[in-house]
Design a protein around this ligand. Structure first.
Ligand SMILES: NC(=O)c1ccc[n+]([C@@H]2O[C@H](COP(=O)([O-])OP(=O)(O)OC[C@H]3O[C@@H](n4cnc5c(N)ncnc54)[C@H](OP(=O)(O)O)[C@@H]3O)[C@@H](O)[C@H]2O)c1
Length: 309
């Protein structure tokens, strides 16, 4: 991929990112993934940055701050201006991790994330989940204050419905939305993309590899390995990869690399942030930058997953 095509602006901010970064919910010992080893996280983040994935997506929730601490320890060895850090908060440890979007909590969360990351600004700060009580404009205004204090550069919301995004964006403060999206989870195309396009808001999909299901490494009989999907859904995903495998062979690429290249070509997607469990996966995924998909193959991949639209 040509370097000029590879850089995206987040919303209308000064934050520039390459089109692929690293998702780090498997960096830092976590409650979500029991088999994640704390020590492996350092190597994962270092390998990602050295491979060109200089945008790192993290959150307080990944290991209750441990992912951010590890990232902070790694990035202190790099030029800060080369790295884009995106982090998130909403789970309040003082309220048994209940979702909290109150202005006080969000401001405190920004300050605490800065400490764990050992930096003096965060490129993108997301409200990880919406709460029920806080008026969205108040939550966003708190983050706007943090932007004015130069502590954050771009403001994001994650897991918000379209109505919640609209409410949050009443003063035009939302720069980026992160939500569940992949070729097999395509609701955002109709539900969110038109509004985001119209308002110059960037989109970052999470679960781009459908938690590993879109890597081509599974048979239908492996359905129990990814409990997020029912047996039927899993089988449908595995079948839909058959034509993709043929296209991947033409590019001498893996299915994962081909699909990551597809996301990078999609104009509605700003940054694709595949997660990884091993440095080898990071190395493999970084090779997606070398794939130059033809328009016909881009379309053929879209068609292979049209049942999921
Ligand atoms: N905002 C939110 O609420 C939210 C929610 C979820 C995630 N996220 C963010 O989005 C990121 C991406 O989501 P995700 O990591 O959960 O799912 P994902 O990107 O769909 O899948 C990542 C998984 O796929 C497998 N994989 C990756 N590269 C591979 C390769 N080259 N070969 C074989 N397998 C490979 C690995 O799992 P195995 O080795 O176990 O198969 C890896 O952990 C997260 O890391 C996180 O930063 C945000």
């Amino acid at each position: 991929m040509n370097m000029d095509d590879d850089v995206v602006e987040i919303g209308e901010t000064s934050v520039l990112s390459r089109k692929m970064g690293l998702g780090t919910n498997k960096v830092g010992k976590s409650d979500i993934y029991k088999d994640v080893k704390d020590a492996d996280g350092f190597g994962l983040v270092k390998k990602a940055i050295d491979s060109g994935m200089t945008t790192i997506d993290t959150a307080y929730a990944y290991g209750k701050g441990r992912s951010e601490e590890i990232i902070g320890d790694v990035i202190k060895h790099y030029d800060r201006s080369d790295i884009v850090i995106a982090t998130k908060a909403a789970q309040d440890p003082e309220r048994d991790y209940a979702i909290n979007n109150s202005p006080e909590f969000l401001k405190k969360s920004v300050d605490q994330a800065l400490e764990r990351l050992k930096v003096d600004y965060i490129d993108i700060f997301y409200i990880h989940f919406p709460d029920k009580d806080t008026p969205k404009a108040e939550a966003l205004s708190a983050l706007e204050d943090m932007r004015e204090a130069d502590k954050i550069k771009a403001i994001g919301v994650s897991n918000f419905t379209l109505d919640q995004i609209k409410e949050a964006n009443i003063d035009g403060f939302v720069d980026v939305v992160e939500d569940n999206y992949s070729l097999v989870h395509r609701n955002a195309e109709k539900e969110l993309f038109p509004y985001l396009r119209e308002n110059n808001i960037s989109f970052v999909p999470y679960f781009p590899l459908a938690s590993g299901t879109l890597t081509g490494k599974y048979q239908a009989s492996d359905y129990a390995k990814v409990p997020r999907f029912s047996k039927e859904e899993f089988g449908q995903i595995v079948t839909s990869l058959d034509p993709v495998k043929k296209i991947a062979a033409k590019y001498d690429a893996t299915v994962t690399q081909l699909l990551l290249a597809w996301y990078m070509m999609d104009p509605d997607i700003s940054i694709v942030i595949p997660g990884a469990r091993t440095v080898e996966q990071v190395e493999q995924n970084a090779k997606s930058w070398d794939i130059h998909l033809s328009k016909e193959d881009y379309q053929a991949i879209d068609t292979a997953f049209s049942d999921f639209k």
